[in-house]
Write a new protein. Sequence first.
Length: 161
Amino acid sequence: MFSIRMHPSTLGLGLLAALAAAPARAHARTADASTLQVVAPLHVPGAVLEPGVYTLRVVEERADRNIIRITDARGRICAIAAATPDVVPRARSDSEFVIDVDAKGRPMALRSWWAPHDRTGEDFVYARDEEAEFARRAVTSSADPSASAPSGGSKSVGSGP
């Protein structure tokens, strides 16, 4: 049997190195959560949410990219999405969601989210193929002569139920 002896200063240097390698965080917002009521199929990065009630929560935060977990009313994970922080001049009193809509006003994709009382929101990051599909749907919808609304865009909606 053998033992390892470590000088206290070596232990301190190892701890310092481990802390330096950890990702930098501006502040922990992992408690931030909002409820979203979806009334028509809605794209989020990597998934489509069917009508229902969902909870969005920041689960990991980094300086340039955050991870958002989206769960359904039963707590099942529906999507894990990457988002970039978006700081606004003043915090909102309620949750706010920015949703891309097509020319007919139908929801296409969740673009951004701000939790209540937080100046830092989340801009969702979509894969190139998802972005191309949204662009195709916006062009197809705006070329439809029966479309009564202006061409696709985004609209901001308040919190869920």
